[in-house]
Design a protein around this ligand. Structure first.
Ligand code: ISE
Length: 328
């Protein structure tokens, strides 16, 4: 049986997910696209052979040809749409963040727990990036000894047009927050931030066991999209090398191309994430980040915003208990 997928949001990410789904993912087809901008929805639908468009996400979720929903609309709309998917009993892959506030993420966890099964996957696609995945395999095999420090760089060439104050944390740094929790297999306990400029920040996180994590964020770095990570352990260090682009030597210089944004840089991760999501719906075996992971990441992001406002080291509050389904 081919799964019918509906995509809510026909912007940069919705269009890219539609293309990847249509071109590279077996077992599913795009059936519907929803966007308040009907022309934009129609363009994405026709480019990827979808059956129809809807003016809003609620209508798409109710469409009987839609078996599973991908939410790629603006961050503030994520939680209500995911709750509507849960009410309809439809699996949903929600772009990160699950919601900009922990309270909204908590409502999703409560709804999913009431339902008694895991239907939500959160689009922390770096978990599917081959280099990060190799790092996690090495850590889990004990190859680095005890984790000590994680150093991260996250540069955008240009801040996305939709960026508002605070999104450097809730929309960008959430990736490193999730990667840190996932690689280390533990929660973040405390955070400190530095920098008063909305497009630059140094973030220091301390894990529950005391691993130190530093993240340099710069949203208008101009030279290209650049994401790096090095995990230092008691016996070894692991680095996330960028995918292996060709190196060009000319004019007495050597150069390696950089992507200009995340879609090309993490091309494999986005494709593997979608493949894993479709497979997980077909097999019933969960994949990727859960609603709990989305909640925990946003709770850390909220602590970062508190730290920015107070200028102090802030604890992370995780008042909810992890649901039974939660597994790393
Ligand atoms: C953007 O929204 C993303 O999701 C990218 O993965 C991230 O690297 C970028 O900083 C965000 O603005």
């Amino acid at each position: 049986m081919t799964l019918g997928v509906g995509i809510i949001g026909a912007g940069v990410m919705g269009a890219d997910h539609a293309r990847v789904l249509a071109q590279s993912v077996g077992g599913a087809r795009l059936v519907a696209v929803a966007d308040a901008d009907r022309d934009r929805a129609a363009q994405v639908a026709s480019a990827n052979d979808a059956l129809r468009t809807h003016a809003d996400g609620t209508a798409l979720i109710a469409d009987s040809d839609v078996d599973a929903v991908l939410v790629a609309s603006p961050d503030a709309t994520h939680a209500p749409l995911v709750l509507a998917c849960l009410a309809a009993g439809k699996p949903v892959l929600c772009e990160k963040p699950l919601a900009p506030t922990a309270a909204e993420c908590g409502a999703v966890i409560e709804a999913e727990t009431r339902l008694g099964r895991r239907l939500v996957q959160v689009g922390f696609m770096r978990r599917f990036d081959p280099a990060y995945a190799a790092m996690r395999t090495s850590v889990a095999a004990g190859e680095i000894g005890t984790a000590m420090m994680l150093h991260c760089v996250h540069h955008n060439a240009k801040a996305p047009a939709f960026f508002e104050p605070g999104m450097i944390v809730t929309n960008a740094a959430v990736h490193e927050i999730d990667v840190a929790r996932w690689l280390l297999g533990e929660e973040i306990a405390r955070v400190t931030t530095f920098g008063a400029n909305p497009d630059r920040m140094l973030l220091v996180m301390e894990s529950a066991s005391g691993v130190l994590i530093d993240v340099a964020l710069y949203m208008n770095a101009t030279y290209g999209y650049d994401v790096r990570a090095e995990l230092v352990g008691s016996r070894a260090s692991l680095s996330r090398a960028p995918a292996d682009p060709a190196t060009r030597r000319a004019d007495a210089a050597q150069a390696t191309a950089l992507a200009t944004d995340w879609r090309a840089h993490f091309e494999a991760a986005y494709r593997l994430q979608l493949q894993a999501w479709i497979r997980s719906i077909r097999t019933g075996a969960p994949a990727g980040a859960s609603a709990w992971d989305g909640y925990a990441a946003t709770a850390v992001a909220e602590a970062c915003l508190r730290a920015s406002a107070s200028g102090r080291r802030e604890p992370v509050d995780l008042p909810l208990a992890p649901p039974l389904y939660h597994q790393r």
